[in-house]
Ligand binder design. Sequence first.
Ligand code: IMP
Length: 188
Amino acid sequence: MHKLFDLYFVSSNPHKYKEAKNILDSFGIKLGFLKLDLEEIQSTSLKDIAEKKAKDAFSKSKKPIIIEDDGLFIDSLNGFPGPYSSYVFKTIGNKGILKLVSSKRKAKFVSIITYCDKKTLESFDAKLDGIISKSQKGKGWGYDPIFIPKNSRKTFAEIENKNKLSHRFKALKKFSNWYLHKLESSGR
Ligand code: IMP
């Protein structure tokens, strides 16, 4: 099993790190944490935002890093809040979202994981379909209390296996396959 100490998750969000660490542990990758405030450009493309953040994180840390950018996209609101999910959570929060959503409740979470080192910039994306609940349920961070993943009756905040099915899990799984292969081919 690979035990690596030279990959860092750069974020200001400890919840994301805790989940990413748990997920990457299960793939044999050890993940450190660097708490840094990163430049966040305004863009409608999560990938552009993630890649700019990753370059900024590498230039500040000088270590191989991954960063994550996410968005919650609600169908009946034409994908809102999408790339503005963080700002919308801070301003209107889950209560505000519940007021905006009508009878059509389909939504998806998207995660982009971007890896950056001296030579490489690579992104991995994944989505998870679900619906917005009618009220907040369970105690979780961010949008967890209002997002019900497909094939479940419980919100992310209520289920025990979030880290086995989330948007974060799916994107990190793609990243792990690529990263372990990269290490093997560089002889590490
Ligand atoms: P950002 O990638 O930090 O900009 O995050 C976008 C927004 O989505 C933030 O408000 C996060 O709290 C929220 N978010 C991202 N992933 C999750 C999750 O797994 N559960 C709940 N909220 C999330």
